[in-house]
Design a protein around this ligand. Structure first.
Ligand SMILES: Cc1ncc(COP(=O)(O)O)c(C=O)c1O
Length: 380
């Protein structure tokens, strides 16, 4: 660090310079991210609550109440307004928290968790931190887990099973109803990772798209991860983890002397109330109607892209939600050329080209993308 500080103008110039090198969602070029531009009202709330700390909630009772209200609203979206939980930093923290609770419920030596092979890598982190062995169950042609394989992989050491409601690569939704049955029969904890799908599936259903059940309405589901900083349109960092009952949270408690609450259940100590305020603002401003409209528009752009890609000779399976993968015998060349043309696209582990159609991807961006794909294919 330098001895003397620089002027505000100089600091601002340096910040602007750094930001100019970033891609922006507004450009419509980012087709690889599950995040998007936050709603202006959520960004404003975030800035206004920057100094709040929910690690010491007695000092910030108003902010704590916003967190409670946000959790209640997400719980009601997920079939259980009584669910208890927190606004956290994102899907990774939420998944770690849920598996932490599952481990504390079971108290089994050498604990194992059975989860789909498509699970997000946050579970690998959770397993290493919590001393869990991950047993990966096979997925079928449709990229959802084979419930029969989950059942086969359960042992005396299994402490939890995990299902995914909108997996990262394909948006595929596991048969959570079948997993719920297995969990109830075997007396196991079931965690659902709906980090992406939590703000999509309830609205897809209302819009008449086929959508599987995945939430607390299935009685075996013990906890759910849902990320407001993905399809919830809240700023990063905003995740959430909800538990069916408060008793799960009690298992996570540690004493927190010298703070305004005697016990703490979250992984983080000092934690931002800005995220809670921003999530509250987004949920309250949009309501179900607003989110339904967001999902409707994303799905329209998703289908526009699918039709266009099909007409260009791509293999494009029917999407589960606003995540689209496509494939072609010359996929390497196509992906490379699209990147050269400034499109941020990603690839699945199998190599298909993957697009996440977030709210910042508008019809005109999709049309430009299709024009570029057409040119790329012509030149192959
Ligand atoms: C299904 C799923 N779970 C968890 C995560 C991790 O979320 P985060 O990156 O917010 O920690 C992701 C991120 O893409 C995800 O797609």
């Amino acid at each position: 660090m330098q001895e003397k500080g620089k002027s505000e103008a100089e600091v601002r110039r340096l910040l602007r310079e750094a930001r100019r090198r970033d891609l922006t969602y507004a450009s419509g070029r980012i087709l690889s991210s599950m995040c998007t531009s936050p709603l202006p009202i959520a960004s404003q709330a975030f800035c206004e609550f920057l100094e709040t700390n929910l690690g010491d909630p007695g000092l910030f009772q108003g902010t704590k109440n916003l967190e409670r209200e946000a959790v209640k609203a997400i719980g009601s979206l997920l079939g259980n307004p009584e669910a208890k939980g927190f606004i956290v930093s994102g899907g990774t923290e939420a998944n770690i928290t849920a598996l932490f609770a599952a481990r504390e419920v079971a108290k089994v030596a050498k604990p194992e968790v059975v989860l789909p092979s498509t699970a997000h890598f946050s579970f690998d982190k959770a397993a290493r931190m919590l001393g869990l062995r991950l047993i990966k169950a096979e997925v079928g042609e449709d990229n959802t887990v084979l419930a029969s394989d989950v059942e086969r992989k359960i042992t005396q050491r299994t402490i939890a099973i995990v299902g995914i409601a909108g997996n990262t690569e394909y948006g595929a939704v596991d048969d959570i109803a079948a997993l719920s049955e297995i969990a109830l029969e075997r007396g196991l904890y079931l965690h659902v990772d709906a980090a992406f799908g939590g703000f999509v599936l309830p609205f897809l259903k209302e819009l008449g798209y086929p959508a599987r059940d995945f939430d607390f309405s299935l009685s075996g589901v013990c906890s759910i991860t849902v990320d407001p900083h993905k399809m919830g349109l809240a700023p990063v960092p905003s995740g959430s983890v909800l538990f069916r009952e408060a008793s799960y949270l009690e298992l996570l408690q540690v004493e927190s002397p010298y703070l305004t609450q005697p016990r703490q259940c979250t992984i983080l100590g000092t934690r931002s109330g800005a995220s809670a305020a921003a999530v509250f603002a987004a949920l309250t401003y949009l309501g179900r109607e607003g989110y339904r409209k967001v999902v409707k528009e994303c799905m329209e752009v998703t289908h526009l892209l699918r039709e266009g890609l099909l007409s260009l000779g791509m293999h494009v399976p029917e999407p589960w939600m606003n995540i689209l993968v496509f494939d072609h015998s010359r996929r390497e060349a196509i992906a490379q050329e699209l990147r050269t043309r400034g499109w941020a696209i990603s690839r699945t582990r199998k190599g298909e080209i993957r697009l996440v159609i977030m709210p910042h991807v508008k019809k005109e961006h999709a049309e430009q993308f299709l024009r570029d794909v057409r040119e790329v294919v012509k030149k192959l």
